[in-house]
Design a protein. Structure first.
Length: 347
């Protein structure tokens, strides 16, 4: 399928409008003054394209490198003559996901400020899957926002809004129609000049439609869209590659292929943030290594008995925590201790 041309008038492109900040500028070495800061716009199996102050260009990979080493949104330094990519700058944030059966995480997007988690008010709405996306966003250091689509197909859209808002403290939930201009206005707070948002969610929930709406006339080739199977609300994949698109009026949006399964790995911080009500109880337990199952003096079990903690929420926390522990490789430090993870992993 054709990809959106994310090129605007070169005269209007500045590094700041592309998302460049002091975080990246401080990484430059004196001998790199002649290299061109470039942002990865598309990632294909055998090639990359990038955006710089002079527009979009095809990039040449260095020897021994492959496209899987880069994510849409990455900042790289490029030789202005042969467009040879010299090095990738350290990421401020990185979204990566582990698919079912996958041995290594897949890069989804880099240097994203806000993650729009798109779901619809039908059979696609799945609390457990939304929590997985939220853990991913928290771990990456991005701001998660849940977008609810197809509200006009249900009698009580407010019930979906309440369920989504209860998943994490301070979580923003926006109900919108991706096809209308009102959608762009509803998301304007996260789409300002130089800001980058990414969209994740299952196929058929309206991600590509929303990209088209946000990009407006800035894009030359609109994202292809497709309907869903009404009996189970499952959509067909229309986005086959990740790409960076200019948002009308400022900012950038990264679309990703639809994904129904998501395995968690190395997201301990993300899970702790998501389940803050459980995380905050743990230090009150009698034993430091309390499993919150059967130990005496367990503050989590006490909250459960008092009715202040949702048992289904606790069950989902336990499932995600166990899965994360089983999937996270142990990285030993100099003294054999496990290296800690951190928010906004910079790789």
């Amino acid at each position: 399928m054709p990809l959106v041309e994310a090129v605007t008038d070169p005269r209007s492109i500045s590094l700041a409008s592309l998302g460049w900040t002091d975080f990246f500028g401080d990484q430059l070495e004196p001998h790199e003054a002649n290299l061109v800061p470039t942002r990865i716009a598309t990632v294909h199996r055998d090639r990359l394209t990038g955006l710089s102050q002079t527009g979009q260009t095809d990039l040449t990979l260095p020897a021994q490198a492959n496209t899987g080493d880069y994510a849409v949104g990455d900042w790289v330094l490029v030789d202005p003559h042969g467009h040879l990519l010299q090095r990738r700058l350290t990421r401020k944030t990185v979204l990566e996901r582990r698919t079912q059966g996958g041995r290594t995480p897949q890069l989804a997007a880099a240097n994203v400020d806000t993650l729009f988690i798109v779901t619809s008010c039908n059979a696609d709405f799945n609390i457990a899957r939304l929590e997985r996306y939220l853990a991913l966003a928290n771990e990456a250091g991005t701001t998660p926002v849940i977008l609810l689509t197809k509200a006009d197909t249900v009698a009580d859209a407010e019930a979906y809004e309440k369920q989504a808002a209860a998943l994490q403290r301070g979580l923003a939930v926006v109900t919108l129609n991706p096809r209308t201009s009102d959608a762009a206005a509803a998301l304007a707070a996260w789409c300002g000049a130089g800001q980058t948002v990414a969209l994740v969610g299952s196929s058929g929930v309206g991600k590509s439609t929303l990209v088209n709406t946000l990009a407006g006339s800035a894009q030359q080739l609109p994202q292809q869209t497709a309907g869903i199977r009404e009996h189970d609300a499952k959509g067909r994949h229309t986005t086959t590659a990740r790409s960076l698109h200019a948002i009308a009026g400022g900012g950038w949006v990264i679309d990703t292929p639809g994904m129904r399964t998501l395995q968690v790995s190395d997201v301990a911080y993300g899970i702790d943030t998501l389940f803050a009500e459980i995380t905050e109880l743990a230090p009150l337990c009698k034993f430091r290594d309390c499993t919150h199952v059967h130990e005496p003096g367990c503050a989590v079990q006490a909250a459960l008995k008092a009715g202040t903690l949702d048992p289904e929420r606790l069950a989902r926390w336990r499932k995600l925590s166990d899965e994360n522990q089983n999937n996270t490789p142990v990285q030993s430090g100099p003294r054999g201790s496990k290296s800690p993870g951190g928010r906004g992993k910079r790789r």
